[in-house]
Write a new protein. Structure first.
Ligand SMILES: C[S@@+](CC[C@H](N)C(=O)[O-])C[C@H]1O[C@@H](n2cnc3c(N)ncnc32)[C@H](O)[C@@H]1O
Length: 220
């Protein structure tokens, strides 16, 4: 089982500024747990998580050399994650920046596991622009008219980031149009997408989509 991180050091004041783990967080964790054997089989050793959380590092921390990189646009989320690493006695490489921009091309085709639980809630375009500029809590959910404004930017970077056997796990909401996301990734970038978990949580219908390169599908 993937242990849930000890978050007892975080206070209600932190959660005024930082996204509190919720159903979407735990659904992604469950999907990764189901895929743990596959990830071991591909000898995954570089993980990049955009929009910080903490799970694989805990799971693998004593298993093999594992580089866990995470980025978040919200500086408070980054500070909390550094503290979470200390609280759980693990080294996390936390970078405050937007999506994968801080790495330039240095990670080219070297990421074995890419994770993104994005701001996916449909909002006005003005709200998403303001949220991205302010880098505060609103950036956790504001996703523009179809909830895809931030996700679409990352989708365009996946091909250049993933290693040949790499996997990309994306959290999406029904309103984000999951079939369209899967079609776009196949037609534009040559990735096969599969819904590996879905769950209704209150008003939200959440999906975890796993993408692999089309040519690698037979080994998944
Ligand atoms: C839905 S929350 C998910 C938080 C966490 N990953 C989880 O699963 O509980 C989305 C996260 O993405 C971050 N985020 C939003 N826009 C971003 C961007 N352009 N680059 C990096 N992170 C971003 C937010 O600050 C927030 O922490």
């Amino acid at each position: 089982m993937i242990p849930t991180p000890d978050l007892s050091h975080l206070t209600s004041q932190d959660y005024d500024q930082v996204y509190e783990p919720a159903e979407d967080t735990f659904l992604l964790l469950d999907a990764l747990e189901e895929d743990a054997k596959n990830l071991r089989d591909i000898n995954a050793c570089v993980c990049l998580e955009v929009g910080i959380r903490l799970c694989l590092e805990l799971y693998w921390k004593n298993s093999w050399p594992f580089l866990y990189l995470c980025t978040d646009i919200n500086p408070h989320a980054c500070k909390c994650t550094v503290l979470t690493g200390k609280q759980n006695h693990i080294d996390l490489n936390v970078v405050n920046g937007s999506l994968v921009a801080p790495f330039g091309t240095r990670l080219a085709n070297n990421v074995d596991v890419l994770l993104f639980n994005p701001p996916y809630v449909p909002t006005s375009e003005e709200e998403v622009s303001d949220a991205q500029l302010s880098r505060e809590l609103g950036g956790s959910w504001a996703g523009g008219s179809d909830g895809m404004r931030i996700t679409n930017v990352l989708l365009g970077r996946v091909e250049g980031l993933l290693s040949p056997e790499g996997r990309f796990y994306l959290v999406a909401l029904k309103q984000n149009n999951v079939p369209q996301i899967v079609d776009t990734m196949r037609q534009k970038y040559g990735f096969l997408g599969e819904v590996v978990l879905q769950r209704r949580a209150g008003r939200e219908h959440l999906f975890i989509i796993r993408f692999v390169r089309e040519s690698k599908n037979s080994s998944s």
